[in-house]
Design a protein around this ligand. Structure first.
Ligand SMILES: *Cc1c(COP(=O)(O)O)cnc(C)c1O
Length: 381
């Protein structure tokens, strides 16, 4: 069986975990948290990177920092993971969904301005599959309308927009180190701050509403409760594991790129025949090859393809159920129509893609997909 995803241990992970114990400090903000922080700040060209327990928590922190409250509106795609919306819904805000582009499945930036009202506080672009949103257009709308831009960069570490790292363009950004992402420590994330504006409050929110970070730096002589907050910082054990992966960011991205190219070559003939569509990467985007998907021609063709692949020992999956079609959204906020999101989300299939996926396995996946269309052409309508 070729699984959909597999966590890879590069080697030094457990040695670094042992070393974290030897340092005598395995709670947050120890040696390895510092190493990860510096590398992310340097590679992603942001002023501050604060490791968090997840991208979900980084987004929750961003919502607090942006002062999102009841009645506020936040513009985002419906075609995303629930955390993009939940971070703001937790603060009493309403997610306002923007339809996606046919080509890269990202928020259609030309529709954003039409969704802005006097209640709009923020825009939350999601770089789907590690392919950049058109950030110049989004930043321009946000600047003119006074909106905060929070990038959901959960899938996009190492990817770029016109040469600039994703996560460095909006005011704040969230990275994920969940097991399904390119760089992983099981569960983990980071809040990125483009400049100094939110740093002081971010440190306090992350340390349970206390000024403990300032205390550890010797800036105050005791620490105490100064604001709301929660426990958003990960253990240094997680950071030690993460460091072994972050060190290999380029190597990991390069291998994923090879796998992606092999898939593309393998599927080109099917794409030429019009039975599947391959992912599109825009000129402005340099992706990190986070996922590889195909678009089937119909919901039925997708379902049959997934079950055919399962019989052939290949785990393929679809996602997401668009948030505007979820029971929670319908019950809480009512109906809304997003034709492109509905069409594409019904037809997308994700194929296995992980660092240790070998060429022979990629070829097996390609062959299994090809056979589906060649052996049963009637199913492809
Ligand atoms: C994975 C993901 C998240 C959540 O990341 P966690 O680290 O698991 O909280 C949020 N948004 C998007 C777009 C994701 O892909």
């Amino acid at each position: 069986m070729i699984p959909f995803n597999k966590q890879h241990i590069f080697g030094p992970e457990l040695d670094y975990v042992q070393d974290a114990f030897d340092q005598g400090k395995v709670s947050g903000d120890g040696k390895y948290t510092g190493l990860c922080k510096s590398l992310i700040e340097e590679r992603l060209q942001v002023r501050h990177a604060l490791l968090t327990t997840s991208a979900t928590h980084a987004l929750e922190m961003a919502a607090l920092l942006a002062d999102i409250g009841p009645g506020d509106e936040v513009i985002m795609p419906s075609y995303t993971f629930v955390s993009t919306a939940n971070a703001f819904v937790l603060r009493g805000a309403k997610p306002v969904f923007c339809d996606i582009r046919e080509d890269n499945l990202n928020m259609d930036e030309s529709l954003i301005e039409g969704l802005v009202t006097h209640r709009t506080k923020a825009v939350c672009p999601v770089h789907y599959a590690g392919v950049a949103c058109d950030m110049d257009v989004i930043m321009d709308v946000a600047d003119r309308r006074g909106l905060v831009v929070i990038e959901d960069a959960a899938q996009s570490i190492g990817a770029k927009y016109k040469g600039r790292p994703l996560g460095s363009i909006g005011h704040m950004s969230a990275l994920s180190f969940h097991e399904t992402k390119n760089i992983s420590c099981g569960e983990g994330g980071a809040l990125l701050l483009r400049d100094d504006q939110h740093l002081e409050r971010a440190e306090i929110l992350r340390e349970k509403g206390t000024n403990r970070s300032q205390f550890f730096r010797g800036e105050v002589d005791k620490y105490t409760w100064v604001d709301v907050g929660s426990s958003y910082l990960p253990s240094d054990i997680n950071a030690a594991f993460l460091w072994a992966q972050l060190e290999r960011l380029d190597e990991i991205t390069a291998r994923r790129k090879e796998i992606t190219s092999r898939y593309r070559e393998g599927f080109q003939a099917l794409a030429d025949d019009g039975v599947v569509r391959l992912p599109v990467t825009n000129d402005f985007a340099e992706p990190n090859h986070h996922m590889f998907y195909l678009l089937a021609n119909s919901l039925e063709a997708r379902a049959e393809l997934i079950s055919h692949l399962k019989q052939r020992g290949v785990m393929a999956v679809f996602h997401y159920v668009p948030l505007h079609r979820s029971p929670f959204y319908l019950h809480t906020f009512g109906d809304c129509e997003l034709p492109v999101t509905e069409d594409l989300s019904d037809r997308l299939v994700r194929l296995p893609l992980y660092f240790s996926l070998g060429d022979a396995e990629v070829d097996r996946v390609v062959e299994a997909v090809r056979d589906f269309f060649v052996l049963s052409p009637g199913r492809t309508q």
